[in-house]
Every structure is written in structure tokens, then in C-alpha cells.
Design a binder for this molecule. Sequence first.
Ligand code: PLP
Length: 428
Amino acid sequence: MNFNNSEKSYIRGCENLVGAVNSPVRAFASVGGNPLFIDKAKGAYIKDVDGNKYIDLVLSYGPMVLGHRNKKVEKAVTKAIKKGTSFGASTNAEIKLAKIVCDAFPGMDKVRFVNSGTEAVLSAIRLARAHTGKDKIIKFSGCYHGHMDAMLVAAGSGLATLSLPGSKGVPNQAVENTLISEYNNLESVKEHFDKHNDVAAVILEPVTGNMGVIQPSDEFIRGLRALTKEKNALLICDEVMTGFRSHFGGTQELLGIEADITCLGKVIGGGFPVGAYGARNEIMENVAPLGGMYQAGTLSGNPIAMAAGISTLTELKKQNPYDKFNTVAQKLEEMLLTSAKKHGIDLVVNRFGSMINAFFTDKKIENFTDAQTSDTDMFAKFFWAMIENGVFLPPSQFEAWFLSSTITIKELKKLEIAIENAFSAMSS
Ligand code: PLP
């Protein structure tokens, strides 16, 4: 396999782009080597600029749940483009997507569209503060909520792969209201509530994807819901990654809880830049123009992005691929574990719906400290061995792998061979 054109693009890209990328995880920092440059993608596959074809388990870090170039989505987007690409005024498409999203979340009466998951979270946090009149936010180590200053503490994948505890350029004042707890450890949340009576909200990934896939225990997630209610703090479920990935709606519903504010992104934009935050009327009425919390966006609710979101969610509802996702993920787990065992490699596989990933450790993974026991050098070897065998994985131990509805038995067979070849090469 050669990567000559990717290498040339990388050298050219470094001249005017920072590290030749527009988001750090794309730089392959933790797996070594130069980043791949992509030419095109279709269905379950993606092709780089050297013509190498891979089964795509990155899927743009989640949005492409229907695979690439879904016909319905492509048609809807093309049709929307012909009507004009941005108006700076409301459209019926925004109302339609808002209805689809609110109908899918029992605790959501109103939603506000923004342009990214980061914007969704920063607005949700402002909203929690506006609603409660309190300032502090509890977050969990290993959870990533976008790159707003206050959330860039103990923030999982991107920072973990660059070995950065936080980010330069974030003033102390920006994070002094951020309290860190340990995922799956309710006591660590109670301790903050015992010390602080000005906690506005607790934010979490209800199932994580940014320290690998980790599910909350029943006791933890239900306890968190009860505790936040008792303390008059809001529970923010950041479902930017998990929304519509394991169920048509939120993971919170599968976990048996209802968030006060939900953040969305990725899938709801069908590959276009869309984020959203939503809640019950009494909370959303704080947002301008109904209330005094200001939040705005020139391109928010962009008609092309709305068309992509509507067609993606409509098609997703029709296809209802969620049982298939579970079956495929279960098969993938079996393949990984069987092959790893055969080659004497320690491996733990975590999965939830269409999100799955493998940790090179023998330890059960329930929080970020556990996740960090994974041997990242082994992951780097595995990553490149999978590339050589035609599978594109996220270039980070701490990032979830994603499934799309276009994956079939054919791809599963190819994955089985790729995994076996990879582990065989790693153990020889
Ligand atoms: N929240 C979660 C859970 C995410 O996984 C991400 C991105 O991966 C974000 C927020 C930030 O979203 P964006 O990259 O669209 O700003």
C-alpha cells in the first residue's frame, strides 16, 4: 500500500494549515505517521488520494450513520441548494427538523439549532446558569464537550492523545467554575455538592465516546438524576455523539432517565455543520428572543444543513437500523476477542448500539483512569495494521469506532480477515 499522494498533500498542507489539519485528532499524533488525505467516499467505504479503499469506521466521527452519499440525503441537499444557500431569516425546514428532534426526545419542547456540538454545549451551559442563577458546572474526567474554555479540563480523546491535561490559552478564571468528578462514581459528585451550593448543572456523555465507549452503571446514572433534582441543579446530557446512534432519539431514554437539557450535533446534520440544544419550555424560555439569555448565529439553521438533517433523520427512522447495529457490533466484538485470544493479546471490547471500541488491556473499563491503562503503542500498531488491511479506524485509542447502516455481511467478513491479519502481524 502506498501513501505517496497523502504524503505530498501533507507537506503542501503544512504550509498554510496548522499541522495540515483543521482538527487535531486528524493529525494521527498518537499513532504516528502522516495523516491520510481523503478523496471520496460511498456507502461503507472511503478512498484516500492514493486510491486506497477502506471500510470506514470513522464516519466523520459519527455523523454518517447512513453511510456516505445516501441517495435520499444527496437528493434533498441538491434540491435545497437550488433554492438558495443562506437567507438570514427563518425557513420551514427549521420548523420541520425541530419537530422531528423534539418528538424524539420526551423531555424536549423546544430546540435551538447552532453550527456545532461545541456551540450546543457552550449555549447549554449558559442556559443552565441563566435558569438556575448559579455558576458551577460538574463535568467528568474523560468526557469531551467541545473546545469551549470552561470544558477544556480533563477532556478525553483529543487532549489525551496529545498528552495535554488541558489547553494553553485557557485563563484560570474560565475554569474556576468547572468541577471534575469521576465517571461511574456518584460519591465523587456528592462530594462537590457537599462543598458547593452554587452548582448550576452536571454535564455528561450519557454513554461516552471520547475516552472510548463506556456505559454508566444503572446506579450511577439514576443516582445522578436523583441527586441533581434534589440539589436543584440541572442535568445536561451531551448527546452530540450518542444522539440517534443507538436508538431513534437519545441514549438517555434507553438508560431510563430524562435530561433537563440535551445537546445534539453530528447525526442531526447528516454530514453538515449542525448542533442543537433543547429542553422543556420553562427552561428554553430563558433564551432570546423569549428570555434574557443571548445566543445567536449567522448561519444557524442553514437551509442546506436543515435539508440534510431532515432527510437523514427521516431515512434513519424508515430504515430503523438499531437492531442491526447491535447484531453487527456483537459480531465485531466476538471477532476481536476471539482473534486477540488466539494471538495472546490482552483486549477489552466495549460497545453500545453503533459505537464500539477495543482497549489493549485486561482491565474492565469504567472510567478514564481505567481507559488509560490501555497500551496505546499496541493501539498504534493495530491502527496501521488495520489500514494496511483496508479498514479506517479513528487514529486514537480513546475515540469510539462508528457503524453505519450500509455495513453488510460482506464488510463483516472483510473486517474479520483484517482483524485476524492485524493481530497475527502484531504478535509475530
Ligand atoms: N460533545 C461531544 C460528546 C462530542 O463528542 C463532541 C465532538 O466530538 C462535541 C461535543 C463537540 O462537537 P463539535 O466537534 O461539533 O464542536
